[in-house]
Design a protein around this ligand. Structure first.
Ligand SMILES: Nc1ncnc2c1ncn2[C@@H]1O[C@H](COP(=O)(O)OP(=O)(O)OP(=O)(O)O)[C@@H](O)[C@H]1O
Ligand SMILES: [Mg+2]
Length: 411
């Protein structure tokens, strides 16, 4: 019997490393057969800080996935994250090749290549080129120019770049575990792929992935990504604030946040106390109201930083489909209220769309990136899922180029 083709997504986070494995699609749905998670080692703020520790953590996560699915993971789509990620807009122009002026796929590839000729900072690599819209002669706002006629083709694109050293460290870690890399994908871009509906992307929507050490943002409009940003602050900072504010250990602070935390302080009774002796070896009583106040303050600060990104692109308070929250930090009760207030927009929790799985954890917001990577991968491999952008020919081959360049450093 032929072994079914598996697609795997590997999300290397600051708090946890996660793998999702899917076995093709059924009726357009991802059939997820394995989800594995291990605590992250050797990763901090989305960056590799110890290759050895990261390799052993990634390996144990892959082994866990193998035990679940009964098949080894031989290659995976890898999420890349970290505040080194940069996004800039770019413009490309070419003359249409065919004498009769009919625009073909080659023209698209060439114009997107032309858009890549932006000034990349030294020691940065282009990870993605996301075409937003095309202009044929002087007609702007064209989504798909193939088959149209013109002499001049232009594209407006978002160029996403990452620091070469970080990309090298990440690829090195993955290769050392013995698996092959299908491609590197910006984590939040992959995440959007599985939790956003087509309608939300058309209307205008922002995904906020609240991770342990980073908060990443993806804004989509008219179906395509408009902006991405990765901020160096996450839900782990809430834990640190609780530890400092209430003078507890980090472990106790994390427990207070996860088990007793609430994001809207005014809704927590003033006399609700937590006896530390009941949940830890520490002594003392802390007020739940105070825990909530600390959470709320930090959350508002994180959302304010995100809103500054929305202000930059003139979308603050202006996204009709609102905010979709995901990532482990989104599990904080009351977070939607704070998001609605901070962004003056509707806010919902993101759940993976069109995913079939007997595994309960598919709906865990912490797994959205790993699942998104699988969806992205399937779209690239020609499956019937995913949004058009991830299937553009111009996107493929970027990693192939990087891979050539990094081969020398990969043992
Ligand atoms: N039930 C919960 N309630 C509140 N917070 C939670 C809950 N579960 C997890 N978290 C928080 O979510 C954060 C981790 O989120 P996630 O696993 O998405 O991060 P990560 O992907 O490892 O990190 P990053 O993306 O920043 O590299 C931690 O700060 C953790 O405390
Ligand atoms: Mg993450």
């Amino acid at each position: 019997m032929a072994t079914p083709k598996l697609t795997a997504g590997l999300d290397i986070g600051s708090t946890a490393i996660r793998v999702a494995v899917a076995q093709g699609t059924g009726g357009g749905h991802l059939q997820v057969i394995g989800l594995a998670e291990v605590p992250a080692e050797g990763i901090s703020r989305g960056l590799v800080t110890s290759i050895e520790d990261a390799v052993s953590a990634i390996s144990s996560c892959l082994e866990k996935a193998e035990r679940l699915t009964g098949t080894p993971v031989e290659h995976a789509w890898i999420g890349i994250n970290g505040s080194h990620i940069l996004a800039q807009s770019s413009h490309g122009v070419i003359a249409v090749a065919k004498p009769n002026g009919e625009i073909g796929e080659d023209d698209i590839t060439r114009v997107v290549e032309a858009a890549q000729a932006v000034a990349t900072p030294p020691n940065y690599e282009i990870l993605h080129v996301l075409p937003r819209s095309f202009t044929v002669d002087s007609q702007p706002g064209i989504k798909d120019p193939i088959g149209m006629t013109g002499v001049r083709l232009e594209v407006e694109a978002q160029i996403i770049e990452g620091q070469s050293a970080q990309i090298k460290n990440l690829t090195k870690c993955v290769y050392r575990t013995g698996i092959d890399i299908d491609d590197l994908v910006l984590a939040v871009l992959a995440c959007g792929e599985v939790i956003l509906s087509k309608r939300q992307r058309e209307l205008g929507v922002a995904v906020i992935n609240l991770g342990g050490a980073t908060t990443s943002l993806l804004v989509c409009e008219e179906g395509d990504p408009l902006h991405v940003a990765v901020l160096p602050v996450g839900a782990g900072h809430i834990t640190n604030d609780i530890a400092i504010g209430l003078r507890t250990s980090i472990d106790v602070a994390e427990k207070l946040k996860v088990d007793y935390g609430y994001a809207v302080a005014a809704e927590v009774g003033k006399r609700e106390d937590v006896d530390l002796a009941e949940i830890s070896d520490e002594e003392g009583v802390v007020s739940r109201r105070q825990v909530a106040e600390i959470i709320e303050a930090r959350l508002e600060e994180i959302f304010e930083l995100v809103d500054r990104e929305l202000i930059k692109i003139e979308r603050s308070g202006k996204l009709p489909a609102g905010i979709v929250l995901t990532g482990g930090g989104a599990k904080l009760p009351g977070i939607l209220e704070v998001a609605k207030r901070s962004f003056r927009l509707p806010a919902t929790l993101g759940y993976p769309l069109e995913v079939l799985s007997p595994l309960e954890r598919v709906n865990d917001p912490a797994f959205s990136t790993a699942l998104g990577l699988v969806r992205w991968g399937m779209a690239q491999e020609g499956g019937p899922v995913g949004f058009k952008l991830s299937q553009l020919p111009s996107m493929a081959g970027i990693f192939a180029r990087l891979k050539e360049r990094f081969k020398s450093i990969i043992p």
